[in-house]
Design a protein around this ligand. Structure first.
Ligand code: UT7
Length: 319
């Protein structure tokens, strides 16, 4: 049987650090409020001339190096992003050009904070179906560009960054199950409702979130999703070694961990230093933990993300 396995990981964070104290000087907030409600202490902000594809390129090069592959070996590129460089072409095509490659399939996936789970699941299906041998799967975002920096309810929450994995065909199991879900009835509780028409932006180009509604939805949906994914793979909570969750709020992460019976030392947490980097948060966390040598071969990892759409998704894999 053919599986897909992660053969390399990489990530990149812009150099500029924005602390809670700096934000407290701009809007009516405090370090204490942000830390106690979210767990976030600082986030990274891309330089004005740094694009999503630039962050994606650096993360991708690191993932390719870790996999011992070159861009020419890649036959599928999927970039999960909500903040593409331009309306079109896709950030995946721009990334392919920057990698100095051509000819592979390349496209973007837009599922906001669930984007990486959607992209990983898509690449897994390609590989298991024989449609690709080595896929580059990237989550990259510059959410700082869609924030209203005068709105304290959102501007303290997000950050910029990119993470990438190379997914390779293998006879040894890697990804065991993925599950993707969406419920468009909730599209208004987390949205950037601007659009481009006749040369102008219409609507609002800034992110809006009904935080409490999103919080409640996320806690319930992530707990159910983890159970369903385990069930699909014929496994139980007791088999899990690691949770690599979307990094939006430490309280949501703790709730999911508790539901899964995992202690927090089995959960990869980066939200304190990265904030919410949307589609980039899971691969950023995965790469950080992988490079720190946290995952042992054969251990079982649950990856889960949720966000605007509403869309949510998971991947259960053996390291
Ligand atoms: O990535 C996609 C998924 N996103 C998420 O999972 C995010 C989910 N939601 C959350 O993480 C939380 O709901 C937030 C962190 C956004 C907000 O936390 P909360 O505990 O739900 O706070 P709240 O919205 O109920 O606000 C409590 C109070 C309000 O004041 P009043 O009405 O009680 O007087 C807010 O106006 O806190 C106020 N507030 C702030 N105060 C200081 C809101 N933002 C801030 C702020 N600093 N930055």
């Amino acid at each position: 049987m053919l599986y897909s396995r992660i053969s390399g990981t990489g990530s990149y964070l812009p150099v500029t650090v924005l602390t809670n104290a700096e934000l407290a000087a701009r809007v009516e907030t405090t370090d204490d409020w942000i830390v106690s409600r979210t767990g976030i202490r600082e986030r990274r902000i891309a330089a004005p001339d740094e694009l999503t594809s630039d962050l994606a390129l650096k993360a991708s090069q690191a993932a390719l190096d870790a996999a011992g592959l070159t861009p020419a070996d890649i036959d599928l590129i999927i970039v999960a992003t909500t903040t593409p460089d331009v309306v079109f072409p896709s950030t995946a095509c721009i990334l392919q050009k920057k990698l100095g490659a051509h000819g592979s399939a390349a496209f973007d996936v837009q599922a906001v904070c669930a984007g990486f789970a959607y992209a990983l699941s898509t690449a897994d299906h390609f590989i298991r179906g024989g449609g690709a041998k080595h896929a580059l799967v990237v989550g990259a975002e510059v959410f700082s560009r869609i924030l209203n920096w005068e709105d304290r309810t959102t501007c303290v929450l997000f950050g910029d960054g990119a993470g990438a994995v190379v997914l390779s065909a293998s006879e040894e199991p890697g990804i065991l199950a993925t599950k993707l879900k969406a419920d468009g009835r909730y599209c208004d509780i987390l949205t950037t409702a601007g659009s481009i028409a006749n040369g102008k932006i219409t609507g609002t180009p800034y992110l809006f979130m009904d935080g409490q509604a999103v919080f409640k939805f996320a806690v319930k949906a992530l707990a159910e999703l983890a159970e369903e994914t385990l069930r699909d793979a014929g496994l139980t909570k007791a088999d899990l070694n690691w949770l690599v969750p979307h990094q939006a709020n430490i309280r949501i992460i703790e709730s999911t961990a508790k539901h899964l019976g995992l202690s927090m030392d089995r959960v990869v947490v980066t939200v304190d230093r990265h904030g919410n980097t949307s589609a980039a948060s899971i691969p950023l966390a995965l790469d950080e933990a992988a490079r720190a040598g946290k995952f042992k071969k054969g251990e079982l990892l649950m990856l889960e993300g949720i966000g605007g759409g509403f869309a949510w998704g998971s991947a259960l894999l053996r390291w």
